[in-house]
Write a protein that binds this ligand. Structure first.
Ligand code: AMP
Ligand code: MN
Ligand code: MN
Ligand code: MN
Length: 277
């Protein structure tokens, strides 16, 4: 089954409109797609309608930004959520409402290192102050010629520890898992290999996630190498997590992996899509 259960549209920091994400997934041979915009469900109706037109399986999703421990940001994907659920919608709106003031703080830090007008620049890419993300800053910084591509902007300016990084309180893990479960969804840890947690810290985080009712983990992610895929397959077995498969596609030319172009899950794992109807 070519399932791709994590990707982005222009409703967050992706480059394609929701319907175009679905068209591209279909052209790439995806059989089941979940759109998972950051802290948003606003693209799901458009994506679902296009999926229906093309006969492509579709699951509603979102990717919630969460603060964990001592200034770690982790992402929790919700699959099969009801986008009309009031508690989920209110929760996501609360998370988004912090993005504008965070963007102003990022811009102030960037101005100190010689990159002026970055708030206005990023907002032009985002189109909406509640959606401004570091990806939009990265596109602006490439535009003004301060970096050759988005990835190097993160390496020089936006990653944790770099001049344009600011601390920000996102949702708590308990809130994110609670909103997802309350909306009938399955909570899945996004790209666990991306977090700079120690081995013990990773286990502590996953144990807390499981205690709260979290059920899945992205074993295969566009940001995992082969070794990480093996590591998180093993963790899925140990914790009894459902396994997800995810490109985390953001747009042509800007993503490590295109829609649906993710390896197969190890056959002994239980795929999370067996629980999506
Ligand atoms: P934000 O939610 O504003 O913190 O932005 C996070 C987004 O930035 C992620 O969802 C990715 O799309 C992007 N991102 C984070 N780290 C990198 C990186 N090293 N290279 C490229 N994009 C990144
Ligand atoms: Mn993103
Ligand atoms: Mn993410
Ligand atoms: Mn993502």
């Amino acid at each position: 089954m070519n399932a791709d259960l994590h990707c982005h549209s222009t409703v967050s920091d992706g480059l394609l409109a929701p319907a175009d994400v679905v068209r591209r997934a279909h052209a790439n041979g995806v059989e089941l797609l979940a759109l998972t915009d950051h802290d948003e469900v606003g693209g799901l109706a458009e994506a679902a309608a296009m999926a229906e037109e093309l006969g492509l399986g579709f699951a509603n999703g979102t990717e919630i930004s969460v603060s964990w421990g001592d200034d770690h940001t982790v992402h929790i994907v919700g699959l099969g959520v009801d986008p009309a659920d009031a508690r989920l919608r209110d929760g996501l709106a609360g998370v988004r409402s912090g993005r504008d003031s965070r963007a102003m703080r990022i811009a102030a830090e960037l101005a100190r290192v010689g990159i002026p007008a970055a708030y206005e620049g990023a907002l032009r890419y985002a189109g909406n102050p509640a959606l401004v993300s570091r990806s939009h800053f990265a596109r602006y910084i490439v535009e003004v010629g301060m970096a050759r591509d988005v990835k190097s902007v993160f390496d020089h300016w936006l990653a944790k520890g770099k001049p344009g990084y600011v601390r920000h309180p996102w949702a708590t893990l308990e809130e994110a898992v609670g909103w997802i479960r309350g909306a009938g969804g399955i909570a899945v840890v996004a790209h666990p290999g991306r977090y700079r947690l120690s081995t013990a810290g990773t286990r502590e985080f996953l144990a807390a996630f499981k205690d709260l009712g979290g059920e899945g983990i992205e074993v295969l992610s566009g940001s995992h190498g082969d070794e990480q895929a093996r590591e998180f397959a093993s963790i899925a077995r140990t914790f009894g997590f459902l396994a997800s498969r995810a490109s985390d596609f953001h747009g042509p030319g800007e993503s490590w992996v295109d829609l649906g172009r993710v390896p197969e899950l190890p056959p002994d794992l239980v795929p999370v899509w067996t629980r999506l109807s």
